[in-house]
Write a protein of this length. Structure first.
Length: 312
């Protein structure tokens, strides 16, 4: 009897092969294991390190690309979840336990960007995306207040799970999208004219048109988890070919063509929470899955967290 796991790459459409999505490493590299629930990997180019969250253990970890060493970046960490970068290379963090979005300055101090909307405490910010104009967009489901496992159990003051935008000039927080079961990962298209948001409970990835005034259209369904019985959507990332890669939890990592077709997947041995591009060529995919941090050098290149254009 063949007890081997399926191949790392699974193709559903020939575009997965012709787009070089199956090129690269033949297997996953395990960079670290020992988390309770790993999320939020982000590659820090200046440091050549990956920062990620171990939510139940209330710590942020860092892996060094040159030495392979892993250490604690921050503890306690406010039960952090998603992390990303702004255009100055500063760390933007969603703190589930502290119910806020923060920025780590270059001197190491932490600035609170948002902790309330209309005077009410946020639920538990989950993931963030930074637009090229400096605005910070974030999802705010209730995962961190439903129990004490990933935060602190509490009642929602807002009474809904929404997506918000932090104005880069005034710092004010604006509701931009609602009607979610649990909004989770979010990412802008390369031209920033669309925002993609996963809804973990509803089993959808929704796509919104981004208007010039910072508001969104009503949103349409881009992909449905029901197409794969084991799939639930978490965070999202684009490659430079316009393909959307989605952490699909028990169904590995999904790859969608720009037209919304599921063209392939990566088979991962643990439940996939988040993915992020990094490395010198941005062709190394970092994957947080349950207890571990994995990586895979691929034949495709990921987009920068803050989109195209000049950066310091």
């Amino acid at each position: 009897m063949n007890s081997e796991r399926p191949a790392l790459y699974e193709m559903f459409d020939d575009r997965f092969r012709t787009g070089r999505c199956m090129n690269g490493d033949a297997g996953l590299e395990v960079l670290y294991t020992g988390c309770r629930w790993a999320e939020g990997p982000v590659y820090m180019p200046a440091w050549r390190q990956v920062i990620w969250s171990d939510i139940p253990n209330d710590r942020m970890l860092r892996w060094d690309e040159e030495t392979g060493a892993v250490g604690v970046f921050r503890r306690p960490a406010g039960h952090t979840n998603g992390n990303t970068l702004d255009r100055e290379g500063r760390l933007i963090t969603c703190e589930q336990g502290n119910r806020r979005v923060t920025r780590t300055e270059h001197d190491g101090t932490v600035t609170v960007l948002a902790d309330r909307w209309q005077g009410k405490r946020l639920n538990s910010p989950n993931d963030a995306a930074v637009k090229s104009d400096g605005s910070v967009w974030f999802s705010d489901p209730d995962f961190g207040i439903t129990s004490d496992y990933e935060g602190y159990r509490a009642e929602s003051e807002i009474g809904a799970n929404n997506v918000y935008r932090i104005d880069p000039d005034s710092g004010s927080v604006h509701l931009v999208a609602d009607g979610f079961g649990a909004p989770n990962g979010l990412v802008f298209s390369a031209d920033e004219r669309q925002l993609f948001v996963s809804d973990t409970r509803a089993g959808f990835i929704r796509v919104f048109d981004v208007r010039d005034d910072g508001t969104l259209s009503d949103g349409e369904i881009f992909a449905e988890a029901a197409a794969r019985s084991a799939a639930r959507f978490d965070n999202l990332r684009f490659d430079d070919g316009g393909r959307l890669w989605a952490a699909a939890m028990d169904d590995g990592v999904h790859c969608y063509d720009p037209d919304g077709t599921l063209i392939g997947r990566l088979d991962i041995p643990e439940t996939v929470a988040n993915i992020s591009w990094g490395g010198a060529k941005r062709n190394r995919l970092f994957i947080t899955a349950q207890t571990s941090l994995y990586s895979l050098v691929m034949g495709v290149t990921g987009t920068h967290p803050t989109g195209p254009g000049p950066r310091p």
